[in-house]
Design a protein around this ligand. Structure first.
Ligand code: HEM
Length: 414
């Protein structure tokens, strides 16, 4: 069961050619190898929308991210002989590696400010931040649409959520961007970047613990007050480690989608005009296509705990699956003409935020930020042009997105 006919095609998520442009590989996978075995990593790639949808729906312990949702090549190089148990409780790694009840307990302990009603209360602040950025950037004429606009706004919101001063937003943005750069053949090694991230996060935990953690800063206070099933609490480093998801997830995805989405619109004047015709109603529609078309995350991993059969192949405990979300978003079985950007295409189902147990914790904030950033831009920028030659999308197995999109604007003022 462990090897499949390769014929003339091979796929490896860390292959430099795949990291430089995975889409042609995804198409072959979907058409010819919907369950593709990568022997080197003892991992199956699931590429069709319907399969990813069904697999991620299973939350009964069949799949647990016991080796991380984003394991580096060094982790996958080790082949397991059987199921991988939950890690030891202390020192506690990122909670996504655990099955319930610890996974759900820690997730619940720091999810409060990301729930819909609390997120809705952030709209005015996001709008203000977007306009502050535009006040600075538009007079410059040329700047980086990804980093200088959405990047700083998203990082400011992360600072607000985790309890860092706003002024640190550019530093946070640069740190997260640097930590997500991937080496061909190796993938992203988030563990290497962690010490840098924890330098921001651990002092917050220390401070809030000293101040009494009364719940007024809900993410960090929730983690400090969380108790594991054995009654123990998280140490400072352990609590800070749990905040990495919000720190990284909140910083790097939204700006790439906003900048890339606006670029796609700018290449299609008829679509741009249609969206502009009624920003109030249309931005929310275009936002969904931007998320489908531009979301940079390529795949997430799970380790199989009990045998699971798909397309006639049984995946054994200890083997892994990677769900290719970016392939699912371009699956012609789900979306007509999937490689075209169509601002108002029907999107009945979307996998860009994942699904099931690990469904994006920041989904409401992400949608709110994207909608506001796109709307405020279109209100204030009558014309803009992307310097296509200078735009940069670094090869990656994880966040394959437009890190830099230099833009020139002509403005009509406020
Ligand atoms: C459009 C922007 C975003 C996209 C496309 C996105 C996508 C995703 C996806 C696909 C996952 C699931 C990973 C998996 O299955 O293993 C995820 C998880 C997560 N996201 Fe997002 N995300 C976005 C924005 C955000 C924001 C703004 C935040 C926080 C403020 C955030 C925080 C998280 C966290 C904490 C998780 C881990 C959830 C868990 O494992 O329990 N994300 N995101």
């Amino acid at each position: 069961m462990r090897s499949e006919a390769m014929q003339d095609f091979s796929y490896d998520p860390f292959d430099p050619a795949v990291m430089a442009d995975p889409f042609p590989h995804y198409r072959v996978l979907r058409d010819r190898h919907p369950l593709y075995y990568v022997e080197k990593w003892d991992t199956y790639a699931v590429s069709r929308f319907a399969d990813v949808w069904d697999v991620l729906e299973i939350n009964d312990g069949t799949f647990v991210a016991s080796e991380g949702t984003l394991p580096a090549a060094t982790v996958l190089a080790h082949h397991n002989d059987g199921p991988v148990p939950d890690p030891p409780v202390h020192p506690m790694p990122f909670h996504a590696n655990f099955d319930n009840p610890i996974y759900g307990g820690v997730r619940g302990a720091h999810s409060k400010p990301l729930r819909p009603r609390n997120v809705a209360g952030l709209a005015d602040r996001i709008r203000e931040l977007a306009n502050e950025r535009l006040d600075v950037l538009l007079p410059q004429g040329n700047f980086d649409l990804t980093q200088d606009y959405g990047g700083v706004v998203a990082a400011s919101m992360v600072c607000h959520l985790v309890g860092l001063p706003d002024e640190l937003a550019p530093d946070v943005l640069a740190t997260v961007n640097a930590g997500s750069l991937a080496k061909p053949g190796d993938g992203v090694n988030t563990a290497n970047a962690r010490p840098g991230y924890l330098e921001y996060l651990t002092p917050i935990v220390v401070r809030r613990r000293a101040e009494g953690a009364d719940g007024s800063q809900p993410i960090v206070d929730g983690l400090i007050n969380y108790r594991l099933p054995d009654g123990s609490a998280l140490s400072d480093t352990e609590a800070a480690t749990q905040m990495l998801g919000v720190f990284i997830g909140g910083t790097e995805t939204v700006p790439k989608i906003v900048a890339h989405g606006l670029w796609e619109l700018s290449q299609r004047p008829d679509q741009l005009a249609a969206v502009r015709a009624d920003l109030e109603s249309n931005v929310a529609v275009a936002r969904e296509e931007m998320i489908r078309f531009c979301a940079p995350a390529q795949w997430f991993a799970r380790t199989v705990r009990t045998p699971f059969t798909l397309h006639g192949t049984t995946i054994e405990p200890g083997q892994r699956i990677i769900t290719l979300l970016a392939s699912a978003s371009r699956d012609e079985r789900e979306y007509a003409d999937p490689d075209e950007f169509i601002w108002n295409r029907p999107i009945e189902r979307l996998l860009a935020f994942g699904r099931g147990q690990h469904f994006c914790l920041g989904v409401h904030l992400a949608r709110l930020e994207i909608g506001i950033l796109v709307a405020e831009w279109l209100k204030r920028v009558p014309e803009f042009r992307v310097d296509t030659e200078a735009a940069w999308r670094p090869p990656s197995s994880f966040q394959w997105g437009w890190n830099n999109i230099p833009v020139t604007v002509q403005t009509g003022g406020h």
